[in-house]
Design a protein around this ligand. Structure first.
Ligand code: BDR
Ligand code: CA
Length: 316
């Protein structure tokens, strides 16, 4: 049992992935969060690998949190993975092994639907991979839209990291993203302009290393690989994008938000997968569309990393 305070129940849907694993560790180790399950999707690496990385993480922390594998391809376009960021395994740098834990004998979409439909509407979802599982679950059981307390999405932003206009998760399955962004689910978006403030700079890595536990060693191994990849791009560390979503559920003070209209481009030649964020309320004379997303803005770096480091330390 976690301490006596309001506990945010959540399902983590993602494609582990270095920053996904950081997000899962934060969810598992933060006293304000109850992680009900991890659902996996293809994205950073093929589904088999993202699922294996989630199970390895559970083995490392000794947690019996269910893991359910989901979609192995996007809804419409072919799968495009990111070995240039995460390595062929999706978690290069870690000492990988065959996990003892096994995935549930249930598809991720069924896990999401069943868990939400049996709930009192008090479960949030963090979606930090391509939005394929969430979109498909919504299509299969539209009722879940009214059961999700909050959907915190890592995706989009004012600039891209896979094309000039698009961020990887949204671009990977823009058709799915469009279904999700047009739904009535209360949404928070952690775009790149927010998450690029959550960089694992050398001083942060020293604090994690100083914990001196099995979990901190695991983190240092895979983060060293991830940070070196980004350093080559001229930064002094890599952003742990996905963990921003979990941090927000644990403490809303971790970043500021603005309530804005965000639409997903699914047709543009140069802008496929772009999150079109209406900062200035413009629509060329047509009726303005209502704001539909709380867009993350300024990150409290100290608060974020204090939460992350405490979670890692608490996992032993
Ligand atoms: C997002 O894409 C993936 O590479 C990361 O895991 C993160 O979810 C950042 O664009
Ligand atoms: Ca991810």
């Amino acid at each position: 049992m976690k301490e006596n305070r309001i506990i945010e129940k959540m399902i983590y849907d993602g494609d582990p992935g270095h920053d996904d694993v950081m997000a899962i560790l934060l969810a598992a180790g933060n006293p304000g969060i109850e992680l009900l399950g991890v659902t996996t999707v293809a994205g950073n690496a093929p589904l088999e690998m993202t699922t294996r990385n989630a199970l390895i993480t559970m083995d490392i922390i000794g947690a019996d949190i269910p893991v359910a594998a989901g979609c192995s391809t996007p809804l419409v376009k072919p799968l495009y993975t990111a070995p240039f960021v995460h390595g062929e395994s999706g978690l290069d740098g870690a000492k990988l092994f065959e996990p003892k834990r096994k995935p549930l004998d249930k598809h991720a979409c069924d896990f999401i639907i069943d868990t939400l439909m049996e709930s009192d509407g008090d479960i949030s979802i963090v979606a930090a991979g391509p939005l394929t599982n969430v979109a498909l679950a919504l299509r299969r059981e539209p009722e879940i839209a009214s059961r999700i307390k909050q959907l915190v999405i890592m995706g989009g932003g004012r600039f891209g990291n896979i094309t000039p206009a698009a961020e990887f998760n949204i671009w990977s399955d823009a058709e799915a993203a469009r279904i999700v962004f047009e739904s009535d689910i209360p949404k928070v978006m952690c775009g790149l302009d927010l998450t690029y403030q959550a960089v694992a700079v050398p001083e942060i890595m020293e604090r994690i290393r100083a914990i001196g536990s099995r979990v901190s060693e695991f983190v240092c191994d895979f983060m060293t690989f991830y940070n070196n990849n980004s350093r080559r791009a001229g930064k002094n560390g890599a952003p742990v994008n996905d963990a921003c979503c979990v941090a927000y559920l644990a403490d809303k003070n971790v970043f500021t938000t603005r309530h804005l209209r965000v639409d997903i481009e699914t047709k543009g030649e140069f802008s496929y997968g772009m999150t079109c964020i209406d900062f200035f309320r413009m629509n060329s004379g047509k009726p303005l569309l209502e704001p539909n997303v709380y867009v993350g803005d300024k990150l409290n770096f100290e608060l974020f990393w204090n939460m992350m480091i405490s979670a890692i330390a608490s996992l032993g």
